[in-house]
Design a protein. Structure first.
Length: 150
């Protein structure tokens, strides 16, 4: 099975994740002694990517995110999904007993393994799942070759 590698970005990935990884390691070891450790974590939507003979299809979990707050771009063979998860404003006359949801900006970048068609990409949000379909370029799609009789 071939896996797609996520391209490191300014928001998540690469060397920039080392401080967060070290913090997570200490929090796991010490049992999460820091009270606001969860609020310091970055939120990233979980993403599945599958390949069909004609396209690549991405499914991203985006519960509670307005589709207008999501930006999907294609540059070459790299698909970038970025957006912001916002939470309701905490008002002065409210008493909050628990707040576990993590707000914030996110950016996920994936480089696809074959040429894709920049003119043929679709994105749709339904029931908290963003589906992005990127059609392969014609030359990257499988072609059936008819065998002639001699």
């Amino acid at each position: 099975m071939q896996y797609l590698a996520e391209r490191p970005s300014r928001v998540d990935g690469g060397l920039l994740d080392i401080p967060r990884s070290v913090d997570e390691l200490f929090n796991r070891f010490w049992g999460g002694l820091t009270s606001n450790a969860r609020t310091q974590q970055a939120w990233r939507p979980a993403i599945d990517i599958l390949e069909t003979p004609q396209a690549y299809v991405m499914h991203a979990e985006i519960p509670g995110i307005n589709p207008d707050d999501i930006d999907v771009t294609l540059a070459g063979e790299t698909v970038t999904i970025r957006g912001e998860k916002q939470l309701p404003e905490k008002l002065d006359d409210q008493t909050w007993y628990m707040s576990e949801r993590i707000p914030g900006h996110f950016e996920r970048c994936f480089t696809l393994p074959a040429a894709v068609s920049a003119d043929d990409i679709e994105a749709e949000a339904h029931n908290g799942v963003l589906t992005v379909k990127v059609m392969k370029a014609q030359e990257a799609q499988p072609h059936r070759i008819k065998v002639r009789r001699s």
